[in-house]
Design a protein around this ligand. Structure first.
Ligand SMILES: Nc1ncnc2c1ncn2[C@@H]1O[C@H](COP(=O)(O)OP(=O)(O)O)[C@@H](O)[C@H]1O
Ligand SMILES: [Mg+2]
Length: 566
């Protein structure tokens, strides 16, 4: 499973930098602080070498060497202090940008998901979206905080040292330094990135595979124990863990080798600079003081390019993450929300010749006609997979119909304001998602400003008030992660209470009782029948027993829908 990027590395970087927006000023500040800071750190060694030149009585470079001792020492110490302050500011700006931007990106991703939901999210695996929101965004921190400014700083510092050494100590020496920067900052990363990329990709694949298997085993531990399958599971965990260890070793080995090669090259270029300096003194008459200052400046100037050569391992991962995040941000929604559309108050629904297919040439629904009035419970039955859920999703405009009409009070669904539509129509599906918050908070997402009376009223309508009241913490009871402290039936009844609290006039129910026991099914159906006078209900089920409360029943078969004779 080789992850193929849709964009080139350069394109990803450019798009990610565009996302910086107004934060790019902070980035410029970070680069300036970093570059000046590095220059200051070189100042420490340069003024140190001026001191050495003065102590040795090398008077050639008249101006600096003739400075008083106090000034030389003061400048060296001052440079150190300035370096500290600027380094702090550089890191502060980088992380300010990175974390500000991560927050902005999370917001953007949520916004993108909101528009893509629900149609496009059905096809995307939920897991990959969770990975995107957590680890992909974290990975981008590396790019914003530890990639952009180091690259800029390396370019600026290397150019500055090149010019400084050129003017102060001669261009032969400067050219040696330039060759060093190009080899270590560009050639080495290019060569090693190919190798590191490969081992990095296999490492991450093993890592993901191990994690997925391990988590899966923990989630299913009860069934493992019940089936006496510990032995095989344990062996497999061991096998995958060994494979991961092997890949980790290989990757670390590659990284260490690349690091060692780079360090060796730095040493070689420093030796070359020294040789060039000595030759310049011997052959070109460069004075010793200038030579010492130039070579010392070169010795200390490899830091920024070294930082670049350490990047490639991280960068491939960053690009993959950036690519996925950009893909999501650019994904076109299946349905665009209707803004400033018609507003309705639900009275009746009239569907005429409705047709729909997910994929061309494979119609799910053909020429479907149905009618629902106020205060009616309309049932829809049919084999699993015949298109019942699809029909309800079309009523909510989660997908856009291919042909025909869906008229609410005579207005087509494509013309109705999307927010207004969702105020009028709500859906309770097979299972209700409960957030890891209190029951009260879980109910309130349907109506944040609901009074306590309204909450209790909705729960009474859904026959769940007595149950909630019997809990020690009542409405303040935590539902637990994914509502795991409540049974499926209790969750469904809370879902129903949510729908009642929302106050929509039309409630669509998609197999609301298919996951619950018969006692809960009875309670739910009775609650629904009790609300008939106030609410209009379209009830979908593949179970005939559920249809006992329906006033009229439609049957879906082969893509068409027919009303059953009473
Ligand atoms: N998001 C989707 N993309 C493609 N095909 C889908 C999608 N959702 C459902 N289908 C297909 O459409 C058909 C009807 O599905 P659905 O409406 O869920 O049936 P039902 O609710 O009656 O069991 C099925 O063949 C199903 O595989
Ligand atoms: Mg269904």
């Amino acid at each position: 499973m080789k992850t193929k990027l849709r964009r080139s590395g350069a394109k990803i970087m450019a798009s990610l930098i565009v996302l910086l927006g107004s934060l790019s000023y902070v980035m410029v500040l970070a680069v300036i602080n970093g570059s000046v800071g590095f220059a200051a750190s070189m100042g420490v060694t340069i003024f140190g070498s001026v001191g050495v030149a003065k102590a040795l009585g090398i008077a050639g470079l008249c101006a600096p060497v003739s400075m008083p001792w106090g000034l030389i020492i003061g400048l060296a110490v001052g440079c150190g202090v300035v370096r500290g302050g600027l380094r702090y500011l550089e890191q502060y700006s980088n992380h300010y940008i990175a974390f500000k931007l991560l927050a902005v990106l999370r917001d953007k991703i949520f916004g993108a998901l909101r528009v893509l939901c629900p149609a496009k999210l059905e096809s995307k695996q939920k897991g990959s979206i969770i990975a995107m929101i957590t680890s992909d965004i974290e990975t981008l921190e590396v790019f914003y905080a530890h990639t952009v400014s180091p690259v800029c700083i390396a370019v600026l510092v290397s150019a500055a040292v090149f010019l400084f050494v050129g003017f102060v100590s001669g261009w032969y020496l400067a050219l040696v330094a330039l060759a060093g920067y190009l080899v270590i900052g560009i050639a080495v990363p290019l060569v090693s990135s190919g190798r590191l990329k490969e081992s990095g990709v296999t490492y991450r694949r093993e890592f993901a595979s191990f994690n997925a298997y391990f988590l899966d085993s923990i989630k299913g531990i009860r069934d493992i124990v019940l089936n006496g399958a510990e032995g095989e599971r344990k062996a497999e965990v061991g096998r995958r863990s060994d494979a991961l260890l092997r890949e980790t070793k290989k990757m670390k080995h590659d990284i260490a080798r690349a690091g060692a090669a780079t360090e060796l090259l730095v040493t070689l270029f420093i030796a070359a600079a020294l040789a060039a300096g000595i030759l310049s003194v011997r052959l070109n008459g460069l004075d010793l003081g200038r030579m010492i200052i130039g070579t010392v400046a070169i010795f200390g100037s490899f830091g920024p390019v070294l930082a670049i050569s350490a990047l490639p391992g991280n960068l491939t991962q960053t690009f993959a993450s950036g690519d996925r995040v950009l893909n999501l941000l650019e994904e076109k929604p299946a349905v665009l929300p209707v803004q400033n559309g018609a507003k309705i108050e639900y009275e009746n629904l009239d569907v005429k010749d409705l047709s729909f297919s997910y994929e061309k040439g494979a119609p799910v629904l053909r020429d479907v006609c149905m009618h629902a009035g106020r205060g009616e419970i309309v049932g829809i039955v049919g084999e699993s997979g015949c298109g019942k859920s699809t029909f309800l999703k079309l009523l909510l405009r989660f997908w856009e119909k291919d042909g025909g009409e869906i008229n609410y009070n005579g207005t087509d669904v494509d013309k109705i304001d999307s927010d207004n539509l969702l105020d009028n129509v709500t859906m309770v599906s097979q299972s209700t998602y409960l957030f890891d918050e209190s029951i009260e908070e879980n109910l309130r997402i349907a109506k944040p400003d609901a009074t306590r009376e309204e909450l209790e009223e909705a729960c009474k309508m859904a026959s769940v008030h007595d149950f909630i009241s019997s809990l020690p913490d009542g409405y303040a009871t935590q539902a637990g992660a994914m509502g795991d402290r409540l049974s499926a039936g209790e969750k469904q009844r809370i879902g129903l209470a949510r729908a009642f609290l929302k106050g929509s006039r039309l409630i669509l129910l998609d197999e609301p009782t298919s996951n619950v026991d018969s006692i809960n099914e009875g309670i739910i159906l009775k609650a629904l029948a009790g609300q008939k006078s106030k609410k209009s209900i379209i009830l979908v089920s593949h179970r005939e027993s559920t249809m006992a409360i329906a006033d009229r029943i439609y049957r879906v078969d082969g893509g068409v829908m027919n009303e059953e004779k009473p």
